[in-house]
Design a protein. Sequence first.
Length: 357
Amino acid sequence: MLETQLKYVFSQFDHNAEYKSFKELTSGHINDTYLIETVKKPYFVLQRINQGVFRDIPGLIENKVAVSRHIQKKLENKSRKKQERGVLAFVRTKEGLAYYKGKEGNYWDLMYFIDKSVTHETVKSEEIAYEGGKLMGKFLTLTEDFDVSKLVEVIPKFHDMSFRFLQFKDALKVASKERLCEAKSYIQRVDKLKEEMSILQTLKESGAIKIRVTHNDTKISNVLFNKKGKGICVIDTDTVMPGIIHYDFGDAIRTICNTAAEDETNLDLVEFNVEYYKAYKKGFLKHMKSTITPLELKHLPLAAKTMIFIMALRFLTDYLNGDIYYKTKYPQHNLDRAKNQFKLLKSLSEQLSKIES
């Protein structure tokens, strides 16, 4: 039945290709994504957008299509191969729309599959960190002149620190005595860090830091590499929206530089990998150096601290709320995640002199 549905949805797009088979792509955690194999290449990627996570799905799809087209225009003077592999390319429906909406209410989009590409779930070398940084810096540079007022905010207040502190404050009011006791030392840590962790938000709101197109999900698995380890392009642009470059830089560093899994309970294993930080930053600035401002550059280390903190705060908030947002495997899971991120933040802070040098 699933194949019948996929075959029908695929036929609604204007591609002139003949369906052959499908494979489910399971690396993503939000949307349902399928590789559509055709009789003749190119293959395609068909995606059903999660309505439980995103409210304005037409806006989301229009966002990523518009950003991709903007980048495509920047690559017009490159070889055909670089044009085809340097950015996601979307296929419109036979009616000229960026998405197909099924009778059951599901929204679908279709992209060309980038052949002979690989992804990495974790970073295991400085070379991969460098290439990941280089591609994300290139993405931000190519979209620097995109009119961000045309983008829909697909997840409102996603990185808004004031909003996250307000959520935390509300969670403190409803938390059980037991959970308040278990989390006491970390609740106190949040209070101590509040002023420093609000600096980027203040700079953004004052206009001191430019609002740009930002990706907002910059884990290394959202970068495509060739089989030789060289970066090809940035993928999974569902969360493209207005922001500051510190969101993208900091979130990438948070996921790349943790020496342990996000929910590792042995905190002795959780350290901040400075070498991966330096490699990623070097790659990031390769393209960004002509557009990044001195103020933006100065606050890159703070960006790493802030994005680690905001995840620690979100995990802690959910723990106090009784685990209503993140999926958990046991009662202390969210608290363990928060402890993990606070340890990572501590490790980063202790090595700040190395990072800033």
